[in-house]
Design a protein. Structure first.
Lengths: 325, 325
């Protein structure tokens, strides 16, 4: 049996954390041969609920789950962690300005970055799910100077999966036969789901759908899918967000298949002209626990315009939190 | 690739159904080589929420998930189903008498039994999770005369897993080293978690814990665990119930390991002196898609008393719903 690895989940009593924890404990993220210690973090007022989550996890008698640590202390919660899922964040409430939102979250992700810097495994992989995810990840990364910036990522996989699902529905081709989807930019309404490199059952996606559908229906549908879910469910995406977080971590840790692409928010090193140091989503492949950006893609004027618009938004977000970086 | 199998979930927009659906779609129940068609059933007022669940499932782009059918029509929802998880039920509300509860649920599980009889695969496996689970399963079974009674079961796996977890905590031995737990009777406060055959890391459980702890702490703790979870979480067990349902179906479909025991509510054929025809929990092993009761266990006076008390309750429940059988 492999030695156990430590997986931290923040916001573990929230809806996404709750949906993620049981799948992770069952082996759905790191494989059914990988024992796990779960380190669950919540804010003080949610500790009773977190105790209930811990009780339910124990009630499952998961063979892989070696221990559970529940805490409000981030220095304990991130101690020796190998995989950190930063799910908890401050949601936008009525009347809250964007700058207030960014700064309220900065107060969460700055200290978490420092705690990771001081206590996590030196090989830790960090995924930020809590919104605004890209800029929250940037803040956490900036507060962890002893950890490589490449160990901090933000979640675009839900958008990536949604884009594949929408293209599958439109073309009536199974999701397993859709390759080379690319999501660019910010996990926000400016995100750019790019099908221009997609192959659908061996055919170019562009040859199967028309441009008007792509620009006027597909792109807004993917961008606004979160609101559509809220309207239907009366609650925001939870199990699908948890599933995407699991996909992201699994592929990052265990590698992507052959020539598969996924999309991850990563620190830009200037690829495709995106400002260095921004936490921006690129199409990547993963191997041996690292990612690499898919290189050499042709970007037409529309793609450049869309990618740049999302970059501009992220530059503004960065400016708004510069005191926290 | 194997042909897809059909999995029906009732109450699919409820908390247990929601927790189960995504794990099943990810391959957590029938294996990562088994394609699945999900058939989700809800009552009319929950169809909007169900549409949201379906949208989220699609948003996951699960490779194994070939199709989703969402419906309030049980004749559609049970069409050709191979695995049916009957989760939705009428919960007990304030001031409701037990007889009212049983009869309200009879109105759900009678028609579901008939729909399964008329439309399901002839090899269907049915698991009733919705409470009162044993008697609901009895009602469904009784309304499906063309399906073998052995294809209807009720869930005791959550109690079984809880019992293993409690014994693990007490003895500080991992759950993987606890064998031969047995849960007898009704999924109710009369259930009997029986450690008298348990081996804990090769030692008899009885030799590791004292009788007073066993009778005065362990048994009530397992029996009342549901209420303890509600107190902590402010909501009833959801993900742990879903996990137990997945365990139950997986082991029934794919078999239990070597000499492992699990507990399932099954129709009694008179084993251990339990009235024939009751839906009662016994320790079983599973192979080739069938279960067999563990035979020849010695039952001391305490065990007989406990097992009989739960039988008496189930006989009363059966009497209360006799018009529905």
């Amino acid at each position: 049996m492999k030695p156990a690895v430590r997986v931290t989940i923040t916001g573990a009593a929230g809806n996404i954390g709750y949906a993620a924890a049981f799948r992770i404990a069952a082996g759905g993220m790191l494989g059914t041969d990988q024992p796990i210690i779960l380190q669950l973090i919540e804010i003080e007022p949610a500790l009773d609920a977190l105790r209930g989550v811990e009780m339910e996890l124990r009630d499952c008698a998961f063979p892989l789950l070696k221990d559970i640590i529940s805490t409000a202390d981030i220095n304990i919660g991130f101690k020796d962690v190998d995989y950190a899922l930063l799910i908890g964040s401050r949601p936008r409430t009525k009347g809250m300005e964007r700058s207030d939102l960014l700064s309220a979250n900065g107060k969460i992700f700055g200290p978490q970055g420092r705690a990771i810097n001081d206590h996590a495994s030196r090989d830790v992989k960090v995924l930020v799910v809590g919104n605004p995810a890209n800029t929250n990840a940037l803040i956490a990364m900036s507060n962890a100077p002893d950890i490589s910036p490449t160990q901090f990522t933000s979640m675009m996989r839900l958008d990536h999966n949604r884009a594949i699902s929408q293209l599958s529905t439109k073309t009536r081709i199974p999701v397993t036969k859709i390759e080379h989807m690319a999501l660019w930019g910010n996990h926000s309404l400016t995100q750019y789901p790019d099908i221009s490199h997609c192959m659908v059952d061996g055919k170019s996606a562009n040859s199967l759908v028309n441009e008007s559908w792509y620009r006027n229906e597909f792109i807004p549908k993917v961008q606004k899918r979160g609101a559509e879910i809220i309207n239907a469910r009366g609650a925001s995406s939870a199990a699908s967000a948890a599933s995407a977080a699991i996909d992201h971590m699994r592929d990052w840790a265990l590698g992507t298949a052959n020539d598969a692409w996924i999309s991850m928010g990563i620190v830009s090193t200037g690829d495709y002209g995106i400002a260095k140091g921004l936490m921006y989503s690129f199409p990547v492949r993963c191997k041996n626990g690292t990612y690499e950006v898919i290189q050499g893609l042709s970007m037409d004027d529309f793609s450049v315009k869309m990618a740049k618009a999302s970059e501009a938004e992220l530059l503004e977000e960065r400016e708004a939190v510069k005191d926290l970086l």
